[in-house]
Write a new protein. Sequence first.
Length: 270
Amino acid sequence: MKRLGILLIVLAVLTGCLASSGASAPTAVPETVMLPQPAEGWQDSYLAFLDANYDIFAALWPDGLGGVGFIDLDLDGTPELVAFDQGASVALGVQLFDLIDGQVYCVSSTLDSAGGAFDSAYLSSVHVCTSFFESFRLSRTADGWCFWVDSSNGTEQTAWDEIVRFGGDGGALTLTSVCYRYLEFEPGSGLVVAENYTVGGGASDAAGYQAAADVYQEGQDTGYNAAGVFLWNDMERYGAGHDGFMTMVKDALTAYVPITDTVTLASPVQ
Ligand SMILES: [Ca+2]
């Protein structure tokens, strides 16, 4: 029975490799990606949404947001709003808002209550924890061009990682869990006492997790670094209240780094 189980795993891995290599022939993924023009007035749309919904933001994040920036995560030309909370653990929690058909929607949040506070029509069940704008990487992977992030968090005795890939569906940002790893450590010794892995939402093992993560971690990074502003850059300027919040968002719009119309690889094709 055990041998059969191992055989099935090997077959699954082989099948995965074949499927992956079929889609990953270097010639199948163009060397450049062309981006559409941004939606007209996107900056004003986000500002109007944040202004109109300030009370909700203040209620959900009573200490204020930790940082705000803009990144075109689904490569449709129009950036999404990326907002960090102030964190209560190793990494900060990320909230993502997208401008869809002229309206701003919350598409991902680490707060369950965000689903009730905002229109949840496009809310993903996948969320992201990281502490840096630069964690969102734009890469040419075997599966095509995309932004992805190694979302991670933990406590003294636990740690988890999740490779999250961003995409688009009918103009809405989508988040896909590529692979997930959870580790639990014995206090003192640090030995792993429990571990859990999923790939594409299904049960896996350490090797399966790494193979899935490698597609992204070993993809060709463009070198694009997103930028935004953090509350702690200027606590006085971004002080508590509506005006400080809106000032931080306006500064984030200034800090926004557009992806040039054609992104050319920083490294040669492998
Ligand atoms: Ca976008």
